[in-house]
Design a protein around this ligand. Structure first.
Ligand code: ADP
Length: 768
C-alpha cells in the first residue's frame, strides 16, 4: 500500500499546488474549481445545538438524530461528488488508486487526517472493511473548544464524507460509524466503514465496551434515510388510500347485493299483503315484513357509518316544525313501548321555538336512536324524552335533548366508550340484546355535525340518561301555526306556477305533495288515504278542473276531500258547477297570497265537516295502491294512451323484473323488459318513440346502465325526443347519484324501490 499512497500523495499535492486565494473577488480557487472556506464549528456543535433547539418538542434524542442524518447525508453527497470530479480531473481509473487519494485529499482539504489500522481490508466488494482513527477531527474539536461534552459521537460529516469518497472510488455502497469520539470523552475518534448490510457485525466486534452497552449511539447512518422513510410513508399512504377505496367499494357492493334481494323481498310481501289472506297468514307476513325492514335498517346503519368514516356525511338543512317532528318520531316508538309494557312520555318545553331550520332527518335519527336504546335496555318502567331550551340567540337556538330510562344502566367505565364504533357493554356472544354497536357512534358523529355534544350518565335510582345538544337555526315562525302539517295535494298544469305555490305552502309548513295533472292528483289522493281516513285539501289549477272534481266526488274513499280551485277569468262560468261539487273557494287568477291563506283557513274551519287533522303518522306507512282502470269519470274522458304509461324496464335480475312488472301492471302501465343495456338500445333502435319512461338498473352485465344512458342520449341528439330515464340502483352514495345524473339520467331511485317513490317518479317524470 505504501507505494500506492506515495503516488496518491503526489497526485493530491499536484492538485492543491494551484491554490489561489483572492478576497477581492471572493474566490478561493484550486485549478479551475472554486472552493469555499467555512467555520468548522458552524458545521458541528453550532449546527447541532441549533437543530436541538428547533426540534426541542421532539426530545433531545430525536432532535439529535435529525441533525446527524442531515450532516451525514450532505457530507456523503459532497464526498461522492468531490471524488468523482477529482478522479476525472486527475485521470484516475484504478479503484485502489482512487481510494488511496481519498485520505490524502481529506488531509489537504482539512476534512480529516486518518490513521488506517492494519486489520482493515479495503477490497472492492461486500468484504470492504476499514477501521481508522481521526486524531484531529474538526467536529470533535469544535465541541471540545466550545467546552461542550456530547453523550454520543459527533463526527458525522467525517463519516459521511469519507464513506462517500470510498463509495465513489469502488462503486460499492458504503457507510461509516464513529465508535468512539473525543467529544464524548473517549481517547480517540475511531471509525468503522463497511457496506451498510455488514457494518453491524464490525461495530459489535470493535466498539469499546462502554459504548456497546448503549447501542443507540450507533444508529447506523443510512444515506438519505429520511428520503427512504418518506417513500415508505408515501407508499403506505397509497396502500391505505387504496384499501379505503376498496372498503368503500366493498360496502357499496355489499349494499347492492343485500338491498337488491331485500327489494324483492319487501316488495313481494307487500304485494301479497294486498291480496285476501287468512288471519294467520297475514300475521306471518307482517312479521316477515318487520324483519325485512329491520334488516334494511341495519344495512342503512352500516352505510351511514361508512359515509361518516369517509367524511361524506353532509347535513341537508330545511325548515321544519320541531313539535311536529318529535311527535312523528315518537309515535312508532310508543307502539314499541306498549308492546313491551313500558311507559313512554315526551315533552317539548314551552319556551322551545317550533319553527326551526336544520337537518330534520338526522336530528330525528339521533332522537330515535336514543329513545330506541332506552326502550331496548329497559324491562320495567319506561323512558321519558324531553327537549329543553339551552340558549337562544337572534338567529340560532341551542337545544338540549334528554332521554331518561329506568333500565339496566351502564357501567361507569363504559360511559364514554359506548360512543365509539362497534362498542357494546355486553360484547359476549350470549348477549341478550341485538344491535350493531353503531347507533351511538353514528349519533355522536351527527351531533358533532350539528355542533352539539352527546353524553350519558347513570341515574341515582337506576337506569341511565342520555343527553345531547344541537344548534338549529331559527326560522321565522309561521304566522299561521294552525296550518302546519295539514296535508295538501297541489295540482297545477304550469310548472312555474306549481313551484311558486308549493313554496308558499311549504313556508306555511303545510305537508304538500304536488301533481302536474289531474290524473296524478287523483292517484296521490288515493295513495295518501290512511286508515284513519284523513282528508286532504286539494288545491287545483288545471284545465280539466271540473272533471277532476267530479271524479273525486264519485269515489267514496276520497269523496270528502276539501277543495279550493284557482281559475282563469275566462272560466268564471264554471264557478256555479264547482260550488255544486263542494269546492270551498274559487279564486280568480291572479290571486294574492293573503287571499289563498284566507281561503285555506276558511275551508279548514268550514262548519259542515270536522277540521282536517294534521297527519302525524310516518310517511309511507299506509301507502295504498290505486288502479287507474277502475277509476271513474275522469279516466274515461281522457285521451287514449293516457291511462297507462309505457315503461321500458332495463334490469338483469329476474326477481326484480317480476316484482317491478307486477307493481307497474297493477297501476295500469305497460312494461317492456330489457335484460341489459345493450338489449335496451336494440329495442329503442327498433321502436324509438314507444316509451314514455325508462327505468334503468345501473349494474348490469354486457352493458351497464350508465353506458346505456350515454348511448341513448347520443342517439337522441338532433331529434326533439328525450325520454326520461330513472336510475334504479342499490348504490346509495351521493356520488353514485351524481354519476347517474351526469350520464344523462333524470332521476334516481334507490333500492329497495318503495311503491310510493316509484309512483311519485312516474307521476313527476312522465309529461302527458
Ligand atoms: P346497539 O344498540 O346497536 O348495540 P348503540 O351504539 O346504539 O349500539 O349502543 C351501544 C351500547 O351502549 C349498547 O349495546 C348498550 O350496551 C349501551 N347502551 C346504549 N343505550 C343504553 C341505555 N339506554 N341503557 C343501557 N345501555 C345502553
Amino acid at each position: 500500500m505504501r507505494e500506492v499512497f506515495n503516488a496518491a500523495e503526489e497526485t493530491v499535492r499536484r492538485y492543491f499546488s494551484e491554490v489561489l486565494i483572492d478576497p477581492a473577488r471572493a474566490t478561493i480557487q484550486i485549478g479551475d474549481e472554486r472552493y469555499v472556506l467555512m467555520r468548522a464549528s458552524s458545521l458541528s456543535v453550532d449546527f447541532l445545538m441549533a437543530i436541538r433547539h428547533l426540534y426541542a418538542d421532539l426530545g433531545d434524542d430525536e432532535a439529535f438524530a435529525i441533525g446527524r442524518n442531515f450532516l451525514f447525508d450532505i457530507a456523503h453527497v459532497i464526498g461522492i461528488e468531490d471524488a468523482r470530479v477529482f478522479h476525472e480531473k486527475m485521470n484516475l481509473t484504478d479503484p485502489v488508486e482512487r481510494l488511496a487519494t481519498g485520505p490524502v485529499h481529506f488531509a489537504w482539504s482539512g476534512w480529516a487526517l486518518v490513521d488506517i489500522s492494519p486489520e482493515s481490508r479495503p477490497s472492492p466488494d461486500a468484504d470492504y472493511f476499514i477501521k481508522y482513527d481521526h486524531p484531529y477531527s474538526f467536529e470533535a474539536d469544535s465541541w471540545i473548544r466550545a467546552g461542550q461534552r456530547s453523550d454520543q459521537p459527533v463526527c458525522f460529516m467525517n463519516a459521511g464524507y469519507s464513506s462517500g469518497w470510498c463509495e465513489q472510488s469502488f462503486g460499492v455502497e458504503l457507510t461509516a460509524v464513529e465508535i468512539s469520539c473525543r467529544a464524548a470523552g473517549d481517547d480517540a475518534c475511531t471509525f468503522i466503514m463497511a457496506p451498510p448490510q455488514r457494518i453491524r457485525e464490525y461495530v459489535a466486534h470493535y466498539a469499546p465496551e462502554n459504548h456497546v452497552t448503549r447501542q443507540d449511539a450507533f444508529r447506523i447512518p443510512t444515506f438519505f434515510e429520511r428520503k427512504r422513510v418518506e417513500e415508505e410513508m408515501k407508499s403506505a399512504r397509497r396502500k391505505a388510500e387504496e384499501s379505503d377505496r376498496m372498503k368503500s367499494e366493498f360496502l357499496t357492493n355489499i349494499s347492492h347485493e343485500i338491498r337488491t334481494p331485500m327489494n324483492a323481498l319487501i316488495g313481494m310481501i307487500e304485494l301479497v299483503l294486498e291480496t285476501p289472506l287468512a288471519g294467520s297468514q297475514r300475521e306471518y307476513l307482517n312479521t316477515s315484513l318487520q324483519s325485512a325492514e329491520s334488516l334494511m335498517e341495519i344495512i342503512n346503519q352500516i352505510l351511514d357509518f361508512s359515509r361518516i368514516e369517509s367524511g361524506k356525511m353532509e347535513l341537508a338543512p330545511r325548515p321544519f316544525s320541531l313539535r311536529g317532528l318529535i311527535d312523528e318520531a315518537m309515535r312508532p316508538l310508543e307502539i314499541l313501548a306498549e308492546e313491551k309494557g313500558l311507559k313512554l312520555s315526551w315533552k317539548v318545553a314551552d319556551d322551545v321555538p317550533d319553527a326551526v331550520r336544520g337537518d330534520s332527518i338526522r336530528f330525528r335519527q339521533v332522537v330515535v336512536n336514543l329513545v330506541g336504546n332506552a326502550l331496548k335496555f329497559t324491562e320495567n318502567g319506561g323512558a321519558a324524552m324531553e327537549v329543553r331550551l339551552e340558549r337562544k340567540a337572534s338567529r340560532d337556538v341551542w337545544l338540549h335533548v334528554v332521554v331518561k330510562d329506568t333500565g339496566i344502566g351502564i357501567p361507569v367505565e363504559k360511559l364514554e366508550s359506548i360512543f365509539e364504533a362497534f362498542t357494546q357493554v355486553d360484547m359476549s356472544t350470549t348477549r341478550k340484546h341485538g344491535g350493531t354497536g353503531l347507533g351511538l357512534s353514528i349519533s355522536s358523529r351527527l351531533v358533532d355535525l350539528m355542533e352539539g355534544r352527546i353524553w350519558a350518565e347513570n341515574n341515582p335510582l337506576g337506569g341511565s340518561t342520555f343527553h345531547f345538544t344541537v344548534r338549529l337555526e331559527l326560522d321565522a315562525p309561521s304566522p299561521h301555526p294552525e296550518l302546519a302539517g295539514v296535508p295538501v295535494v297541489l295540482v297545477v298544469d304550469y310548472a312555474e306556477h306549481r313551484t311558486a305555490l308549493e313554496r308558499v305552502l311549504t313556508k306555511l309548513q303545510m305537508d304538500v305533495v304536488t301533481a302536474k295533472s289531474s290524473h296524478d292528483a287523483l292517484t296521490l289522493l288515493m295513495n295518501r288515504k290512511t286508515p284513519r281516513h284523513r282528508r286532504h285539501l286539494l288545491i287545483s289549477d288545471v284545465k280539466d278542473n271540473l272533471i277532476l272534481l267530479e271524479s273525486i266526488r264519485s269515489r267514496p274513499e276520497i269523496r270528502d276531500t276539501e277543495a279550493i280551485s284557482l281559475i282563469a277569468r275566462d272560466d268564471a262560468g264554471d264557478v256555479p258547477r264547482l260550488e255544486e261539487l263542494g269546492v270551498k273557494a274559487c279564486l280568480i287568477k291572479p290571486i294574492k297570497q293573503s287571499e289563498l291563506i284566507a281561503a285555506i283557513k276558511q275551508s279548514l274551519h268550514s262548519a259542515k265537516s270536522p277540521p282536517i287533522e294534521p297527519d302525524r303518522t310516518r310517511p309511507g306507512e299506509q301507502a295504498v295502491h290505486v288502479e287507474p282502470e277502475t277509476a271513474g269519470g275522469a279516466q274515461e274522458k281522457k285521451a287514449p294512451g293516457e291511462s297507462g304509461v309505457r315503461i321500458l324496464l332495463v334490469e338483469d335480475g329476474v326477481t326484480n323484473q317480476k316484482f317491478a312488472v307486477a307493481m307497474l301492471h297493477r297501476w295500469g302501465h305497460e312494461v317492456a323488459i330489457a335484460n341489459n343495456g345493450l338489449e335496451a338500445l336494440e329495442m329503442l333502435d327498433t321502436n324509438p318513440d314507444v316509451y314514455d319512461l325508462i327505468l334503468m338498473d345501473v349494474l348490469m352485465p354486457v352493458m351497464d346502465g350508465l353506458q346505456a344512458t350515454k348511448e341513448i342520449r347520443l342517439r337522441e341528439e338532433g331529434s326533439n325526443r328525450r325520454v326520461p330515464i330513472v336510475a334504479i340502483t342499490a348504490q346509495a352514495m351521493k356520488e353514485d347519484r351524481d354519476r347517474c345524473l351526469s350520464a344523462g339520467m333524470d332521476d334516481y331511485l334507490s333500492k329497495p324501490i318503495r311503491r310510493r317513490d316509484l309512483q311519485k317518479i312516474i307521476a313527476e317524470r312522465v309529461v302527458k
